[in-house]
Design a protein around this ligand. Structure first.
Ligand SMILES: [Fe+2]
Ligand SMILES: [Fe+2]
Length: 349
């Protein structure tokens, strides 16, 4: 595997170079805002202090130049979540906190996947749309954490790009590309958006309705920016207190978005109500069937399915067939004719 290192100081550059050179073909350079010399590498490792305005500016300039590299690991100096989401907004596919152990970095570099060959255009196209989506989610979460305005236009554009990718390359390529390169919350948001779009396409929805659907999906979990990562990423079961906290995310998302230009009442409704069930057992408002719109019903099915098929490091990935069986068992909660219509999306597309 070939790796290119970009560092904000000579010391960090030398240390990383030394750490990697035995097992990888390594090149390196200093972060300076110039175009990096890394057109043909398998991975790029970027290490920089994100408190520095100069570094952020240089990394912004760099992000388009490294976007084609399938693995983009950012090492950051601060543990705060704001810096992590900023790294994702700058194009990271993985973020690690410095100092990083050699074994962990090598494991991240080795994790998964031979280089995609050029004949697999579908996967390549899906990978690029997924990267654009992940950058939009990083920017959104970063805006929430720092109290800045959300780039609604940017998120909607990323949603349109995902819709184009799904229409062109299909849902299976999308799921594969997203599972390969993205983790946790962003993986989930990308999967939900892709699944919802494909569900909309399979239902024959008009272009305008598909746009509504992917906008709702892009924003649906924005409230998770307010939930501590220790809870969001906790492997295994949550206790009652943790579950109560996680259940605040739909209302938190609604709160965050309600004043934003470009957010329609129907997106706000979807953000607030994507965990409601037809029998009134959902949250936060315990709505019953009559108050739950079609777009929310479609989003809820897509959301549950996407959550079930996510790739997690601590458990095997659930097959799509098994995830669909679980949806079929949710009588009373989901609209069963819609679940039946979802069959083709879940299993075949
Ligand atoms: Fe949610
Ligand atoms: Fe979700």
């Amino acid at each position: 595997m070939s790796v290119h290192v970009i560092a904000d100081t000579a010391d960090k550059r030398a240390a990383l170079h030394a750490m990697l050179r035995e097992q990888q073909a390594v090149t390196s350079e200093l972060l300076s805002g110039t175009s990096p010399q890394c057109s043909e590498v398998d991975a790029v490792v970027v290490t920089a202090d994100l408190r520095s305005v100069e570094n952020i500016t240089a990394l912004k300039g760099l992000s388009a130049n490294i976007a084609h590299i399938r693995k983009r690991i950012f090492l950051i100096d601060q543990k705060e979540r704001l810096f992590t989401v900023q790294a994702y907004a700058l194009g990271a596919t993985r973020v690690l906190i410095s100092p990083v152990k050699r074994a962990s970095l090598l494991a991240q570099l080795a994790d998964s996947i031979p280089r995609e060959n050029s004949s697999n255009d579908a996967l390549h196209g899906a990978g690029e749309a997924a990267s654009a989506g992940a950058i939009a989610f990083g920017a959104m979460f970063s805006a929430v954490l720092s109290g800045k305005p959300i780039d609604v236009r940017g998120a909607k554009d990323a949603g349109s790009r995902i819709a184009d990718s799904i229409a062109e390359d299909g849902l299976s390529s999308w799921i594969e590309a997203v599972r390969r390169h993205h983790e946790a919350t962003y993986q989930h948001c990308l999967l939900v958006t892709g699944v919802a779009i494909d569900f909309g396409l399979s239902l024959g929805l008009a272009k305008k309705d598909i746009e509504r659907l992917h906008s709702a999906a892009m924003f649906h979990d924005i409230g998770k920016a307010r939930i501590p990562l220790a809870i969001l990423d906790k492997p295994g079961r949550l206790d009652d207190e943790e579950r109560a906290l996680i259940q605040t995310h739909p209302a938190a998302g609604w709160e965050v978005l309600k004043g934003s230009v470009g957010i329609s009442p129907e997106i706000l409704d979807a953000v607030r109500h994507h965990h409601e069930y037809l029998d009134g057992s959902g949250y936060p408002d315990a709505l019953c069937a009559a108050s739950i719109s079609d777009i929310v019903r479609i989003l809820t099915i897509s959301d549950i399915f996407a959550a079930l098929i996510e790739r997690r490091t601590y458990k095997p990935t659930m097959p799509r067939e098994k995830a669909y069986e679980i949806l079929q068992g949710m009588h009373g909660k989901l609209e069963m004719p819609l679940v039946a219509a979802f069959r083709d999306v879940a299993l075949n597309r």
